[in-house]
Design a protein around this ligand. Structure first.
Ligand SMILES: [Zn+2]
Ligand SMILES: [Zn+2]
Length: 155
């Protein structure tokens, strides 16, 4: 479907189906990798004084786990509803923009691959879900050798 929804030429109580797909990328700050793929279906109803646009939207996209940075598939369903008075309504409504802004407001701020994701080691960067490291336990700024040397120096 085109970006714009044509509201011209409705007669009172007319109802028109809307159905289609939009794909769009988002700025990096949204943590979405690649395009968001949406599909929607709904309708526009005109009661003589106002247009009511409503649709159910399904979206699929990839995000990064906030802890381990793994790429994870996501799915988000939401609905949109917009009402325009006949006197205020433009002939064409930017339905694409409605879908994008609704998606942004519905999308959670962060995603986890799993609630119990252990994340990455902040020191060596290993994925602690699939491997272990000793960084945290032994992360003293001094090695045993350093400490021996210091003790010796200040004896
Ligand atoms: Zn994770
Ligand atoms: Zn580590």
């Amino acid at each position: 479907m085109e970006r714009l929804l044509d509201l011209s030429g409705f007669y009172p109580d007319e109802e028109r189906e809307i159905e289609g797909n939009y794909s769009f990328p988002l700025p990096e700050c949204f943590d979405v990798q690649g395009d968001v793929n949406t599909s929607f279906n709904g309708n526009v109803k005109f009661d003589g004084t106002a247009y009511v646009i409503s649709a159910d939207v399904q979206s699929e996209f990839f995000v990064e786990c906030a802890r381990c940075l793994k790429k994870i598939p996501n799915r988000l369903d939401f609905s949109v509803k917009e009402v325009y008075n006949k006197d205020d309504a433009e002939d064409r409504i930017d339905f694409f923009e409605i879908i994008v802004t609704s998606f942004i407001s519905e999308k959670p701020l962060r995603h986890l691959c799993d609630e119990s994701c252990k994340g990455l080691c902040p020191i060596c960067g290993k994925d602690l879900n699939s491997s272990t490291c000793d960084c945290i336990k032994t992360n003293s700024p001094f090695s045993d050798e350093d400490i021996k040397l210091l003790k010796h120096t200040f004896k």
